[in-house]
Design a protein around this ligand. Structure first.
Ligand code: ZN
Ligand code: ZN
Length: 354
């Protein structure tokens, strides 16, 4: 990863905002800019300097990982106090307004120093992935997809959701995954009507849909996929809802191209479900960016103001949910390319019946 170039891109953003320094405290942003993957670190970027503070636990890790910034380890172990002494010499410094705690703000600033509340400066950069990041996400997506068939074999009447989730997560770890990208969702029958129904003690029964929504972390990058499997005989209604959600998902992917408003992609998927009289049943947004974190820019929602750019990596995940009946959702990871879209998730989307 080219960290020095990323720091340069942040400096360009700082110049646009006319702020000579920025203190980056949000760890995924620190990692994006320096490569540091530990749990305690602060980065100060000025016109001509990049200083990174961590504590002595991370001495070796920082020496190995951090690129493009000078590593400092304060003897006291208090990195906020150390950064505060450096910040005291600056007239104005940008801080991540949504990420700094009141306690840290109290340590960093007093009445004599003014700060600029920065929102999304690094997140905006992170939305556009470079080739190395795309390759990392591709590997993460492939790992998640590779355990899908194993997970499906675990779905049978009488099995409870947590058991299925356990097998799925074990398979991902055994295949080299660094962890789950988010809490694995296994939601069956009526439980699938809860959009974020984490795996519970509910057992799977014949005649139900089962939503599997999961992802893995590999090389620091996450994946995110959803497939909905049917157990036992499929009713006409079940088949209709599944087909409509799949058509909506394909329409969403079709709409993806650089320059397109994110809200347009949402509208493309949503209109298919509205035509099928399932508009009300689609109760969430169509997708989100992902990368080092599971929810990144851009957001693909009705009121999103962002536009897609080449290098965005997003999910397309429409669904339909009815209380008491259940739900269907289908989700792929999609790369925005200069000519349109590339679906990174290789798993087929025809209805799987077990
Ligand atoms: Zn998902
Ligand atoms: Zn998602």
């Amino acid at each position: 990863m080219n960290y020095a170039e990323r720091v340069e891109r942040l400096r360009a953003q700082m110049r646009r905002e006319r702020v000579p320094a920025m203190l980056v405290s949000y760890l995924p942003n620190v990692r994006y800019l320096t490569g540091f993957s530990g749990s305690n670190g602060l980065l100060l970027v000025t016109d001509d300097e990049a200083v990174f503070w961590t504590d002595s636990r991370y001495r070796e890790q920082a020496a190995k990982e951090v690129a493009g910034a000078e590593v400092r380890i304060p003897a006291t172990g208090n990195i906020t106090a150390a950064a505060s002494r450096r910040v005291a010499r600056l007239k104005r410094v940008a801080v991540e307004a949504d990420r700094v705690t009141l306690a840290a703000a109290g340590q960093l600033f007093d009445q004599r120093r003014s700060y600029v509340a920065a929102r999304g400066w690094v997140e905006r950069l992170r939305a556009v992935k470079d080739d190395n990041e795309v390759a990392a996400i591709r590997r993460s997506v492939q790992l998640a997809s590779s355990v899908f068939d194993k997970a499906v074999r675990q779905i049978k009447p009488g099995r409870c959701e947590t058991q299925i989730a356990g097998h799925l997560e074990f398979a991902m770890r055994a295949a080299g995954g660094e962890g789950v990208a988010f809490e694995t969702i296994v939601a069956s029958g009526w439980h699938a009507a809860h959009v974020h129904g984490r795996a519970s003690a509910k057992t799977v029964s014949a005649g139900e849909f089962v939503i599997l929504d999961y992802g893995v972390i590999l090389g620091g990058y996450v994946s995110d996929m959803t497939r909905t499997i049917h157990v036992g005989e499929v009713s006409t209604r079940d088949r209709e809802v599944y087909r409509a959600v799949l058509e909506a998902q394909l329409a969403g992917i079709d709409a993806v191209a650089p320059g397109v408003a994110a809200s347009q992609v949402d509208a493309a998927a949503r209109s298919v479900l509205e035509k099928a009289r399932l508009g009300e049943a689609f109760s969430h947004s169509t997708g989100h960016g992902l990368g080092l974190e599971i929810h990144e820019w851009p957001r693909l929602a009705r009121r999103s103001r962002q536009r897609l750019e080449t290098g965005n990596v997003i999910t397309i995940e429409p669904g339909a949910y009815f209380p008491g009946w259940g739900g269907v959702r289908i989700e792929d990871v999609v790369l925005v390319t200069s000519s349109g879209a590339e679906v990174l998730t290789p798993t087929p989307k025809e209805l799987v019946v077990v």
